[in-house]
Every structure is written in C-alpha cells, then in structure tokens.
Design a protein around this ligand. Structure first.
Ligand code: GAL
Length: 366
C-alpha cells in the first residue's frame, strides 16, 4: 500500500490554524456522522462563515490524525466531477484539489464529466487503468452508483461518492458486504426546511397579499437528484407544518442553471403576475437568474415578493445584503470537500470508514 508524506504538512497547517484562531478549539457540528436531525442554526452570514471556518479547522485536525506515515511516495487521486460548468461544484472541486495537495501532498487529477454519464464512465475506467489509489466521484447520474461502486470494488480501488446521494439500499449494501465505498454530502431535507423557515420568519410569513395562503413558484434543480427532490418537498413542508396554507402556482426544472432560473421565473411572472409571493429556488444559481426576472418585472424583493436559494454563493450573500434576495442556506463546500478528502486518504491507506458522512447546512439571512 502506498503511503504519503503528510503528517508534517498537516501538523504545520493545524499549528498555523491554531495560531490564527488564538489556539482555541471551537465546537463545530461539521463534519459528523449521519443520523442527527436538522437543528436550529444561526442566522447571520458572519456566523455561517465562522462555522464553515470552524468546520475546516476541525477537518484539518482530523487530517493530522489520519495522515499516513511518510515514505516519499505521493498518493494518486482521481476526481470525477459531473460537470465543471456548475457554480457550487466549481467552488467544491477547487477547494478539494487545493486541500488534498496542500494537506496531503497528493497527486490529484480532476476531470469534467460534461453532464454525460457515458463520458464519465470512460473517465472512471481510465483512472482505474492508471492505478489510482482512490477515486472521489460526483456522478452525473446518482442512479449509476451501484454499477460504478462494483467496478471500483472489482478493481480494488476505494470510492468516495460526493454531492449526489445514492439510494439508502446501496449504502446498506456497502455496509453489509463490506464494500470500500462511502458517501460524503449534506442532508438536503435540512436545506429545504431552512428555506421554509426563512419565509416563516418574514413579517407576514410569506403571505404578502393577506389572502390566507402562500402562493409560490418552485425552481427545481435536476429532478433526478435527491437535493432537488428534498429541497422542493421540505421547503413547502416547513410552511405546512407551521399551519400555513400553500398554493403551488408553478414548478419546473431549471437544472441548477442561472439562465434557466431567469427564464422560468420570467415565464412564471408573466403567467401569474402579482399572485406570486414566494420564489423557492433549489439553488443560488437559479435564484440569481430569478433576481434578473423579478427586477425586469419591476417587482421588489422583500416588499412584494420573497426569494430564497441554497448554497450561499458570494453573489447570493451580496444580493441578500443589498435586499435583492431574502435569504439562502450555506451549503458548506469547505466542510464537505475536506471531509471527502480526509476519508479518501484513510481509505487509500486501507482504513475502514463509515458508509455516510454529512455536513450541516446553515441559514443565511440579512
Ligand atoms: C447541490 C448544489 C447545487 C448543484 C448541485 C449539483 O448540492 O446546491 O447548486 O451544485 O449540488 O449536484
């Protein structure tokens, strides 16, 4: 088994983090094992950022413990991303590569699946024939997980699946058959619930026209993704659980894409006009598109319409500060990428890991 020089680097990193943070080890909820439910979270952007930093600090500390002994040979890591042209996954993959190289001195190759599962399957086969030590996989289609996990297992290469959650049955199979595979992500139900709670926290609980119900537009990501399914379901469920009546005016897929978010919102506003009180976007990219459509119609966010997203992209948090978006939910790419990296290194060194790791979401409002 290959080993990598990292202990020294990792401890240097932890020392410098400790120095920056005054040496205080703060509590963090991320990363952590699956099972815990969504909990109340701080509302301020500052707190969200602080929490993400704490998560990063904690994963760096964990990395030190996980760091393999040095023998001068670099670990080879293949990373497959479903497509490079995705705002959130761009932040994620850049941080993942940086962290793996800087903390573990790993040799990392990241490839673009271009939204095509067949192309990505070839890329995975190539990595396997190159003899990588571990694969980190953001599949184009989560439904391909079982096939891909079997291919990796047959080749004796551990696999860390990220971002697109596989079926529970597949995770159980890994557990019962002792497959060297794991999933690192976040519980999308929590992000949906937080979106709904942000609307409940507005002055009129989303019922701007006072007709006794919240009439909304739903911008759906890629409907094959659990993230899109759960955010769609749980954002609305937070309202109905609080006894608020809802009316769905419009719900269409926008594939996580800003231009599509703009187009769909423009269509919804053309069709339903002032009836639209809330726009739920499954992610910030689509919400940023929605802002353009809302403003083009002369509507005013937080006055005659509410708009929420997920991810906490810089552009979205800036829009919240400027009153052009009601809120978002931090999708912690730092915590997730660091956890994925730490777990990948452990697996490359033959350690047994859990079948699932999740990182908390955090509400972000003005
Ligand atoms: C989600 C994220 C989206 C998009 C998607 C890709 O978690 O919120 O913006 O990146 O993953 O699967």
């Amino acid at each position: 088994m290959k080993k990598v020089l990292a202990a020294v680097l990792a401890s240097m990193m932890v020392l410098s983090l400790a120095a920056c943070g005054g040496g205080d080890k703060k509590e963090t909820e991320a990363p952590k094992k699956e099972t815990e439910k969504a909990t109340e979270a701080p509302k301020e952007t500052e707190k969200a950022t602080e929490k993400a930093t704490d998560a990063a600090k904690e994963t760096a500390e964990k990395a030190t413990q996980a760091a393999p002994a040095a023998d001068g040979e670099k670990l080879k890591i293949g990373v497959c991303i479903y497509k490079f042209d995705d705002n959130f996954m761009t932040l994620y993959r850049q941080e993942l590569q940086k962290y793996l190289e800087e903390t573990y001195g790993a040799e990392v190759t990241v490839v673009d699946g271009k939204g095509d599962q067949a192309e990505q399957t070839n890329q995975i086969d190539n990595f396997i024939s190159q003899g990588v030590d571990v694969l980190i996989l953001n599949l184009v289609q989560a439904s391909a997980t079982e096939t891909v996990a079997k291919t990796c297992a047959d080749a004796g290469i551990p696999a860390v699946f990220i971002n697109r959650e596989p079926d529970a049955a597949e995770l159980e199979r890994w557990e019962s058959e002792g497959v060297a595979a794991t999933y690192v992500g976040a519980d999308a139900r929590q992000s949906g619930t937080f979106q709904g709670e942000i609307i409940l926290d507005t002055a009129n609980k989303g019922d701007i026209n006072g007709d006794g119900k919240v009439s909304y537009v739903m911008l759906i990501g890629d409907p094959e993704n659990v993230d899109a399914q759960y955010r769609t379901e749980f954002s609305v469920k937070a309202l109905t659980d609080a006894g608020v009546e809802v009316e769905e005016l419009f719900a269409q897929r926008g594939d996580w894409d800003q231009a599509k978010g703009q187009e769909l919102t423009a269509n919804a506003l053309a069709q339903f006009g002032d009836q639209v009180e809330v726009v739920f976007a499954n992610n910030d990219a689509m919400a940023l598109g929605a802002i353009e459509a809302i403003e083009a119609e002369g509507r005013k966010v937080n006055e005659d319409i509410y708009l929420v997203g997920v991810d906490a992209l810089d552009e979205a948090t800036a829009a919240i500060k400027d009153g052009r978006m009601t809120g978002t939910v931090l999708n912690d790419h730092m915590g997730q990428s660091h956890t994925a990296a730490d777990v990948a290194i452990k697996m490359a060194n033959g350690e047994k890991v859990d079948t699932k790791y999740t990182v908390d979401y955090v509400k972000v409002t003005e």
